[in-house]
Design a protein around this ligand. Structure first.
Ligand code: CA
Length: 507
């Protein structure tokens, strides 16, 4: 009986929307790609960055699908990736900073001058209930797997600490894992350096695992991952199984290294050498997107394959880049690590054949945990149980162009941690976005920043004092949410007092 009901639902959805039952789903996930790191404009104006970078395949995907101009992630890698896999907000899953070593905070956290940080889930996500300092949850790939999908992980994982089950994507619902482990960056992008697997780096966490057949070759990591992803998709097609490909590039994360296929063009433009290498990293990732789109066309699966493009946090700008820090995502302020838009707003595209209108666009906002219920809905998995409470809301119904107008749904971010570098919007904080407004509460000094994102996209004018009533109302809503999810807060080292929730601060 249940099967019949499900079948009827599938048929109804299929005939109603033109969507395929069990479509292939490709999540093309780029690491640290900024909102302006593309020749496809995501703002109302074309910027100098759009004119510098070359991403013809992002342009192609935008032409064939739908563009999201206000898609959000968290400011750093692991919180975003854990929210993606669990559908939980970071305040709830507590993997609020980036993970690496088991049971250990990052050195910049233990050595912080004024704050002592809470025992956040430093071990990341876990499929086992008995791992301390980890979030026990049902990852969505395991639900796809149960529903008959081949689930393929290619590239950067960064879901769990070294020595915990969550470090291996095979423990998180993936059938295949190519090159994913605990670390969030490659030691080297170069095949001639064995992607870091050389005696000099032995014992460090950064060498990329599992690609030994390419060692010694003059080939860039981005290309290797693409070739391997194509092989894995081919295998699924041979098996006649629908596939979910998580194409999770290490690019464009540091180390910023030269992709020899593309870098000369940018050197010839006279660019700063770091910026030239960064631009080539971007173009390499874009070429990968094009190769995967071409594969889908060549294998005649275009009509039954959804492609989603997203990045995991804002473009790096505080350190390790050429030029002036905090300017690489303009008109957005700041970059990776920041609660300003430069740290959290991502370039996002979706092509859902039969559903998305080619060349369409929306400025409706969403956040990374929304991918969880959306991807499951796309796959036709609607009747499922999870260990965790899912915070994300599906945006599948927006994809035919029927997107919400002015939204009043609040979005939340929570980062009771330290990233290291300093700059605008960087530091331990809690944030709410609602409608056009965003309120940031800084844990260290109890300061508020209130911006009207619609009128002031560059977050140049703090209206917290001018708009006291609004500040108070948003601080109340933020405080209530943090209390509801039992969000962790840091302590002040000097007084030993817990940082209060924002609704307890006098405004
Ligand atoms: Ca990242």
């Amino acid at each position: 009986m249940r099967y019949l009901l499900t079948l009827c639902t599938y048929l109804f959805i299929w005939s109603f929307s033109g969507a395929q039952e069990q479509p292939n789903i490709i999540l093309f996930f780029v690491d640290d790609l900024g909102w302006q790191d593309t020749s496809e404009p995501f703002w109302t104006k074309t910027t100098s960055f759009n004119k510098t970078y070359r991403t013809p395949n992002m342009e192609r995907l935008a032409d064939e699908g739908m563009k999201f101009t206000q898609a959000y992630a968290t400011p750093v890698c692991s919180p975003t990736r854990v929210s993606l896999l669990t559908g939980m907000n970071a305040a709830r899953h507590r993997v609020t900073n980036w993970t690496l070593h088991k049971d250990k905070m990052q050195p910049m956290e233990t050595g912080h001058q004024t704050l002592s940080f809470p025992p956040w889930n430093v071990n990341g996500i876990t499929p086992d209930f008995d791992i301390d300092h980890a979030v026990y949850a049902t990852p969505f790939p395991s639900l796809l797997q149960e529903d008959g999908y081949e689930t393929i992980h290619v590239g950067k994982a960064h879901f769990g600490a070294i020595g915990t089950p969550g470090e291996n994507p095979l423990n998180l619902g993936f059938d295949v894992n190519i090159a994913g482990h605990a670390a969030g960056a490659p030691k080297s992008y170069l095949g001639v350096q064995n992607f870091g697997n050389i005696p000099e780096f032995e014992g460090t966490p950064w060498p990329v695992p599992g690609l030994s057949s390419y060692h010694g070759q003059d080939i860039f990591l981005t290309e290797v991952l693409t070739l391997e992803a194509i092989k894995a998709m081919d295998h699924s097609l041979e098996e006649e199984k629908p596939f979910f490909l998580y194409m999770s590039h290490y690019g464009v994360h540091t180390p910023i290294m030269p992709d020899s296929r593309f870098v000369q063009h940018y050197y010839d433009m006279g660019m700063d050498s770091t910026e030239a290498m960064y631009a080539a990293l971007i173009e390499g990732v874009d070429k990968s997107l094009g190769d995967i789109m071409d594969f889908v066309v060549e294998r005649e699966i275009e009509e039954e394959t959804i492609i989603i493009f997203m990045s995991d946090n804002g473009g790096l700008s505080a350190v390790a880049r050429g030029g002036t820090p905090h300017t690489h995502n303009k008109p957005l302020s700041s970059g990776k690590g920041s609660m300003h838009e430069g740290g959290i707003r991502e370039p996002m595209l979706v092509k859902y054949p039969g559903v998305t209108v080619p060349g369409s666009e929306t400025d409706a906002y969403l956040i990374i945990e929304d991918f969880y219920p959306t991807i499951l809905e796309m796959a036709g998995v609607t009747d499922y149980e999870t260990i965790q409470m899912v915070d994300g809301e599906s945006f599948a119904s927006w994809l035919d162009g029927n997107t919400p107008g002015m939204q009043d749904r609040p979005l939340y971010w929570h980062y009771p941690n330290d990233w290291g570098p300093t700059g605008p919007g960087i530091g331990a904080s809690s944030t709410i976005r609602k409608g056009d407004w965003k309120l940031i509460y800084y844990h260290d000094d109890g300061r508020f920043e209130l911006f009207n994102i619609e009128d002031d996209i560059g977050e140049t004018t703090n209206e917290a004092l001018e708009e006291q009533d609004r500040t108070r109302a948003m601080a109340t809503e933020l405080g209530q949410y943090l209390r509801e999810v039992r969000a962790q807060m840091p302590y002040h080292k000097e007084s030993g007092l817990l940082v209060p929730y924002p609704d307890k601060v006098k405004i």
